[in-house]
Design a protein around this ligand. Structure first.
Ligand SMILES: Cc1cc2nc3c(=O)[nH]c(=O)nc-3n(C[C@H](O)[C@H](O)[C@H](O)COP(=O)(O)OP(=O)(O)OC[C@H]3O[C@@H](n4cnc5c(N)ncnc54)[C@H](O)[C@@H]3O)c2cc1C
Length: 257
């Protein structure tokens, strides 16, 4: 039996010369939980070239969204960057991953901490009403180098405001969106780890400091950021969770965004 199925590209939008988003059809039999990833790819020289991709759409959606890097010589993305509406994409049969609500214990606040394309699994979760049913407050952070790299996140939050399923939660202020650009002038230009360490991140939004009793966190992005936040949470008494043993934080171990 094949390990993947074929889906058709429905839309493509390029954000920068390094970033783009696209959506595909979704077979009704394809199951995943919001926040999971799946293997996707293309047939290149008659061979499948597959890579892990977070599904950026929520589990209830009829289509699949992805948010992608373009690596100039990347075996997959040098080709994926050229896809057009109507092209075929290979998609694995099932989603998997640890950035799911089931891997976290109940809490008051959910922090989603991303760098770069690490925002993709959170694009799924912030559009899932279950996220807001589980938590009083949801805080999405994205740190990039350049301001243009933040646009996908801004568009996502803006569009979610009018979403029939989650719009009312966003309009009620349940989602905080923090965006920072570290290499260009912007409202926030320092790394999130620094802003958390000196408390300015919390005072900016009137939030209390991280507390393992009430706060839960998901981390997705660069290795350096993941290591720093993992240590920061462990130092504060947070335990790592998994679906079989829910905890207070989870992170995507091999993401590079
Ligand atoms: C669980 C998981 C989920 C992932 N989800 C996504 C996603 O939603 N979107 C996405 O674009 N990528 C994602 N990735 C990375 C993705 O699997 C590929 O590495 C990426 O698409 C590049 O593929 P490639 O074959 O062109 O180059 P590769 O040979 O895979 O990578 C070449 C180099 O490019 C850099 N690179 C790769 N991916 C990124 C990235 N996302 N951001 C910055 N630098 C990168 C790294 O330095 C890497 O060594 C995910 C990886 C994992 C493990």
């Amino acid at each position: 039996m094949s390990k993947y199925t074929e889906e058709t590209v429905l839309s493509v939008k390029h954000y920068t010369d390094r970033l783009f988003t696209f959506s595909t059809t979704r077979k009704p039999s394809f199951r995943f939980r919001s926040g999971e990833f799946v293997m996707i790819g293309l047939m290149i020289n008659d061979k499948p070239v597959m890579r892990a991709y977070s599904i950026a759409s929520p589990e209830w959606d009829e289509k699949l969204d992805f948010y992608s890097i373009k690596v100039p010589d990347g075996p997959l993305t040098q080709h994926l960057a050229n896809i057009e509406v109507g092209d075929k994409i290979l998609v694995g049969l099932k989603g998997t991953g640890t950035l799911v609500l089931d891997a976290l214990l109940p809490g008051k606040r959910l922090y989603m901490l991303a760098t770069g394309t690490g925002i993709a699994p959170f694009a799924s979760l912030i559009r899932d009403p279950v996220t807001y049913e589980h938590y009083d407050q949801v805080i999405l952070t994205q740190t990039c180098r350049e301001v243009a790299e933040l646009q996908y996140g801004y568009d996502l939050v803006k569009e979610s405001m009018d979403d029939p399923l989650v719009g009312e939660y966003l309009q009620a202020g349940k989602l905080i969106h923090d965006a920072a650009a570290t290499r260009e002038p912007h409202t926030h230009t320092r790394r999130l780890t620094e802003r958390v360490a000196d408390g300015s991140f919390f005072s900016d939004y009137g939030l209390p400091e991280f507390n393992p009793e009430t706060d839960r966190a998901m981390i997705c992005g660069s290795l350096a950021m993941s290591i720093d936040f993992k240590k920061m949470f462990e130092d504060r008494g947070f335990t790592e969770g998994s679906v079989s043993s829910p905890g207070q934080f989870v992170y995507e171990k091999s993401f590079v965004g």
